[in-house]
Design a binder for this molecule. Structure first.
Ligand SMILES: *Cc1c(COP(=O)(O)O)cnc(C)c1O
Length: 339
């Protein structure tokens, strides 16, 4: 498929990991149930690698960079139930690289199974070596220190930041921006908004940079899963500017970074009642699986914004489904309690 961003991405080293384009599907039942604009879902939960998710697109560029650097292994970090670490471990296997992961015990008061099931189960299946850290450290600094130690001992380790969120990984979402624009044109959407969950910032930064470089003014609403508004805007904008600078000379104004921090609840990895209700609603209306850490909070935002009339001027709204269902197993008790 040719689209608005494929020429821009041609110069960058890239491996193939992702089933793409991912589908853009209409959600008729939830559209009727909520009574707002037409709601569509961009199925990046189906990127094809190890139960899918948004990190797969980023890893196409990050793994290529690791191979270019002559690496024999990658080092990365995330929370215990990190979807990024799971996808990185799988991608490393596919290219014969080792994977070492630092997992931060970021989420308080977890059930015993939290460090065994879900993404952690898959990390082990992919043969990743794992070490744990307490919460509150600078985890990228920790992982860089481990990378340097490995390299001093003769390994060729390549550091991939948490969430794959740097200007290399964000290129994966420049590609996604091109897909959404092309599919919207092909499927006859009058695209008013794109809504998504935002965490380590690379997905929103890449998406906004890609739309910007393609000359599109479609706004992106990032529903924060962790940080307060001003911090998240700063994080996303900083990375979007760096990413856009590799694609276009046109400056990317901070006004293009839109964040709502009203759905974080008690903190990262802690679903609210709204998060869990959103997951259940979309499961029962559309047969879709969303997750309690990221996409469920994003959906909670989407539902409330539709109900409040925020999108009333829009005909079509796309929710970017970033994946994460592998983590549902680590939240079994909370989900079961919903009945
Ligand atoms: C990592 C992740 C996000 C957030 O993407 P960032 O690039 O870190 O902002 C959203 N949803 C899921 C399921 C994720 O794993």
């Amino acid at each position: 498929m040719s689209h608005a961003t494929s020429d821009l991405l041609a110069p960058f080293p890239r491996v193939s990991l992702c089933h793409q384009p991912t589908a853009l599907e209409f959600m008729p039942r939830i559209t009727t149930a909520l009574g707002g604009p037409k709601l569509w879902v961009k199925r990046d939960d189906c990127t094809g690698l190890a139960t899918g998710g948004n990190k797969t697109r980023k890893l196409e560029f990050l793994i290529a960079a690791a191979i270019e650097a002559g690496a024999d292994m990658v080092v990365t970090q995330g929370a215990v139930q990190s979807n990024h670490v799971r996808q990185t471990a799988a991608a490393a296997c596919k290219f014969g690289l080792g994977c070492h992961a630092l997992l931060e015990r970021r989420v308080p008061d977890r059930a015993d199974s939290y460090e065994q099931t879900g993404n952690v189960l898959f990390d082990h299946l992919f043969g990743a070596s794992i070490e744990y850290r307490p919460s509150g450290l600078d985890m990228n600094a920790e992982a860089i220190a481990v990378t340097e130690k490995l390299n001093a001992s003769g390994r060729k380790a390549y550091f991939i930041p948490g969430g794959g969120s740097n200007e290399i990984g964000a290129l994966g979402y420049v590609a996604c921006a091109g897909e959404i624009l092309q599919q919207s044109a092909d499927q006859g959407l009058d695209l008013g908004w794109i809504v998504m969950a935002t965490g380590s910032a690379g997905t929103q930064a890449g998406l906004v940079a890609g739309l910007h470089a393609a000359g599109s003014d479609v706004p992106v609403m990032g529903v924060s899963v962790r940080q307060a508004h001003d911090i998240q805007v700063k994080n996303v904008h900083g990375l979007a500017v760096k990413t856009a600078a590799t694609l276009t000379d046109t400056p990317l104004p901070v006004e293009k970074i839109i964040v709502d921090d009203g759905y974080v609840g008690a903190g990262y990895g802690l679903p609210t009642e709204g998060t869990l209700a959103a997951i259940e609603l979309f499961a029962r209306q559309e047969g879709l699986l969303f997750d309690p850490v990221y996409s469920g909070k994003g959906l909670d935002g989407l539902i409330n914004m539709v109900k409040q009339g925020f999108f009333d001027d829009a005909k079509d709204v796309v929710f970017l489904h970033t994946g994460g269902a592998a983590a549902l197993f680590a939240y079994e008790a909370q989900l079961a309690a919903m009945g």
